[in-house]
Design a protein around this ligand. Structure first.
Ligand code: KIV
Ligand code: NA
Length: 264
């Protein structure tokens, strides 16, 4: 099957085929998740937690993400590769452009992801005007953990839900190609997915988003300590990492993941 691109993702949304996404941080796992049928791979700044052992994603640098992108890009053939812009690498338009270009040219990323709402509209527009594919990450934004005071479900109150929907529309209007929603009530995930034209990928955002994403190490039950409510151990009942990621891909496609116990 040919490599996935933005047009593929839009077609999948239009046809109602769920987009199966996962994180990866090295070439070996990149090849494995490609073999397992994953459509899109994120080199996430979650690497700060699962690879580097930090409590948050805040310490991750652009060079860290580039290093892992280079490894992942070597192992991927079919999946679309997206890279996270780390904390404070997109605080101005010019800085965001310089750093997005580095993720693409040095890392091999095809799309960059940044966390933000209305405050990031100008930056998304600037990147989009320079022909950079952008994913806007809304809802729980792990880079803001110290400002918010922990990782918790976002958009529960009506005003916050309304704001998130408006932010999502504004980001789409600014040229975001994909929107990612983390840790929000399912009803809000459904609403945003229906109102946007671009593909919406969810993590803890309910079953109705156009695709799902999980951290690879949660799927493989490697992550130490407390697991997020939305994650699922796909090693259960499967004899290998490849079989587990295949099971995850198939569960997303078949809409059996996420189940109600994974949702808010
Ligand atoms: O860094 C990451 O892995 C992410 C996903 C959880 C969406 O941003
Ligand atoms: Na991230």
């Amino acid at each position: 099957r040919p490599p996935v691109n933005i047009a593929t993702l839009h077609r999948m949304k239009a046809e109602g085929e769920k987009i199966a996404c996962i994180t990866a941080y090295d070439a070996s796992f990149a090849t494995l998740v490609d073999d397992a049928g994953i459509d899109m791979v994120l080199v996430g700044d979650s690497l700060g937690m699962v690879i580097q052992g930090h409590d948050t994603t805040v310490p991750v640098t652009l060079n860290d993400v580039i290093y892992h992108c280079r490894a992942v890009a070597k192992g991927l053939y079919r999946p679309f590769m997206m890279a996270d812009m780390p904390f404070m690498t997109y605080s101005s338009k010019e800085q965001a452009l310089d750093n997005a270009v580095r993720l693409m040219q040095e890392g091999g990323a095809k799309m960059v992801k940044l966390e933000g709402g209305a405050g990031q509209v100008d930056i998304v527009e600037f990147l989009a005007n320079h022909d950079i594919a952008v994913c806007a990450h809304l809802g729980l934004k792990p880079q803001s953990v110290h400002k918010v005071g922990g990782f918790r479900v976002q958009g529960r109150e009506d005003a916050a839900a309304e704001q998130m929907l408006n932010d999502a529309k504004a980001l789409e209007g600014a040229g975001a190609d994909v929107v990612l929603l983390e840790c929000i009530p399912s009803a809000l995930g459904t609403r945003i997915t229906k109102e946007l034209h671009v593909p919406v990928i969810g993590i803890g955002a309910g079953p109705e988003t156009d695709g799902q994403i999980l951290v690879l190490y949660d799927v493989l039950d490697i992550t130490a300590g407390r697991k997020p409510k939305f994650s699922k151990n796909f090693m259960e009942g499967h004899g290998s990492a490849l079989e587990a990621v295949k099971a995850y891909t198939e569960a997303v496609k078949a809409r059996t993941y996420p189940a109600p116990e994974h949702c808010f």
